[in-house]
Design a protein around this ligand. Structure first.
Ligand code: G3H
Ligand code: 13P
Ligand code: ZN
Length: 330
């Protein structure tokens, strides 16, 4: 069932992080729901309570435009019927003001992200404040962003030089003035498959400072894919050319969660799973052209990948506890 993002954050704060996974198509959606229930091989597998996790499905503007936003919404609604045990929130990823209003008015989203982080501070406050007012009228919560991640998100590219970490004092002022419900903070990560060079990594000191100014307030980590080396090697062995790709070590998720990071955004890793499966399939079966062959393998591998991620986030095994906290049936 679809729940509020706020309820998921209330349950996880300081203990574990909820995975926020981007989807673009049907196979990704099916793999995502299966993975969050521990149904690794098929829809009909029994739920595995030790793997079952609450999660957030997120849709970017690019994903909405890829086919038509209504297809994705319909796919998620159908997944809710096919997997009645699932407890999840639906989130708009990196919205503009206009797209946030469209998502708020649709009544489908649990929460929206207004990303005005590329604007000067005062303008970011102004835009975020307007979105918060519209969203709160409908009981929808708002994630905002302060600071700038490196890399490419939607149509905006930020080079390393201009990426800047979130200032803790500004974060407190921003939250107080905008009334946003969670804050995406720049803490050293970036979007995509090339996050760190040399000894770069997550800035735990910065997260700690932000949490000190905003105790109990949910923080969000974008650009959290771990870019697993084995996936990159599989892709390269099957004809790909991803050189120097690197991500956030998975063992950093839980320490970040203990410092108030409630939502961990993962998109790139899912794309890498897709790429590895499809490259290998067509390399190994040059005579085949049926989309269902690699599609079936992808759904199972993606489910396995999600179950693994949730173990690293600490959300695996939390589903029953969330159900009890929300007092909802299976
Ligand atoms: O933050 C960006 C997400 O990975 C979404 O990517 O805009 O290509 O859908 P996308
Ligand atoms: P990755 O590129 O690390 O998967 O980050 C995704 C993200 O932040 C989506 O908003
Ligand atoms: Zn992001």
């Amino acid at each position: 069932m679809i729940v509020t993002t706020a309820d998921l954050f209330k349950h996880c704060y300081g203990k574990y992080a909820v995975g926020a996974y981007n989807i673009n198509n049907l196979e990704q959606c099916v793999g995502l729901f299966r993975g969050n229930l521990g149904k690794v091989k098929s829809n009909d597998d029994p739920v595995r309570p030790e793997l079952a996790a609450p999660f957030i499905v997120q849709i970017s503007r690019g994903a909405r435009a890829y086919t038509d936003k209504r297809f994705l919404e319909a796919v998620i609604r159908t997944a809710e019927e096919v997997f009645p045990e699932a407890i999840f929130a639906v989130h708009l990823d990196h919205g503009t003001e206009e797209v946030c209003y469209d998502a708020i008015d649709s009544g489908f989203y649990s929460s929206v992200m207004i990303d005005a982080s590329h604007e000067p501070f005062e303008k970011n406050v102004e835009i975020t404040r307007r979105v918060v007012e519209r969203a709160h009228e409908k009981g929808i919560s708002v994630e905002a962003e302060l600071g700038m991640l490196g890399g490419v998100e939607e149509d905006i590219s930020v080079d390393e030089e201009h990426a800047c970490l979130t200032d803790p004092d500004q974060a407190k002022e921003f939250v107080e003035r905008t009334g946003c419900d969670s804050l995406a903070v720049a803490i050293g990560t970036s979007h995509g498959a090339y996050k760190f060079k040399g000894s770069q990594g997550l800035h735990f000191d910065r997260i700690r400072e932000i949490q000190k100014r905003l105790p109990g307030f949910p923080l969000v980590m974008h650009g959290s894919s771990s870019v697993p080396r084995e996936l990159v090697e599989r892709i390269n062995r099957a004809g790909g050319r991803l050189e120097g790709a690197s991500g956030v070590p998975e063992d950093h998720y839980l320490p970040a969660a203990k410092l108030g990071v409630c939502k961990v955004n993962i998109d790139t890793d899912g794309r890498l799973v897709w790429c590895a499966v499809h490259r290998e399939f067509f390399r190994d079966h040059p005579d085949q052209f049926d989309l269902r062959g690699p599609g079936k393998i992808f759904m199972a591998e993606y489910a396995q990948f999600i179950a693994h991620k949730n173990q690293k986030l600490g959300s695996a095994g939390q589903l029953d506890s969330v159900r009890q906290a929300l007092s909802v049936g299976a």
